[in-house]
Write a protein that binds this ligand. Structure first.
Ligand SMILES: C[S@@+](CC[C@H](N)C(=O)[O-])C[C@H]1O[C@@H](n2cnc3c(N)ncnc32)[C@H](O)[C@@H]1O
Length: 178
């Protein structure tokens, strides 16, 4: 097992995977070991797996349905996929607030954003504790308001795979976002 001890897809991502148009490419942002890239590849989707360290998805480079991109999303340069559009974008256990507009803009009309990450209160359970990596109350909703239609949202404490405070959202792009 590599740096990312959790290998099963998140329940939240799996729950809404069907909503992603099957013909659309799925972006797994900050993919880690690619548990969600692998979920969508198994479902027959094309996948872009992006991380600052792609060593744990190196095996996917041989898969013609997968594109592995190694990029630092926080180096001040423009979002590396700003000219691409995706049928689905999955972000799990990663937060870099300046990316919200670029992610919304990278959704194709009808595309689905599935986002799940740690929220304030997680300090009680463990890492991350840095406020830069913890959502404020309602922050995911605020990030997509006026841009995407929210299909589902939760703000809760999970017991498994380990106790964690999270927010999670599934939202659809119902119009082309300029
Ligand atoms: C907690 S892991 C989550 C991995 C995966 N999304 C999952 O849920 O299993 C956070 C990931 O964010 C990636 N990451 C952290 N900083 C990054 C950056 N500046 N640019 C791109 N990826 C980054 C890490 O390399 C790591 O793979």
């Amino acid at each position: 097992m590599g740096r990312h001890a959790i290998s099963e897809p998140s329940d939240w991502v799996a729950r809404f995977a069907d909503l992603i148009p099957s013909a659309g490419t799925v972006l797994d942002l900050a993919c880690g070991a690619g548990r969600h890239s692998r979920l969508f590849l198994a479902r027959g989707s094309k996948v872009v797996a992006l991380d600052i360290d792609t060593s744990e998805v190196a095996d996917l480079a041989a898969n013609p349905m997968a594109e592995v991109i190694e990029a630092d999303l926080e180096d001040g340069r423009p979002f590396p996929l700003q000219n691409r559009q995706f049928g689905g974008i999955v972000v799990s256990r990663y937060l870099y607030r300046p990316l919200f507009p670029a992610l919304i803009g990278a959704l194709a009309p009808g595309g689905i954003l599935i986002y799940e990450t740690f929220a304030k209160g997680n300090e009680l359970f463990g890492r991350p504790r840095n406020p830069d990596h913890l959502l404020n109350p309602g922050e995911l909703l605020d990030a997509v308001r006026g841009h995407l239609r929210v299909l589902a949202y939760e703000d809760l404490t999970l017991d498994a795979p380990r106790p964690a405070a999270v927010q999670r959202l599934c939202a659809r792009c119902e119009t082309a976002v300029p």
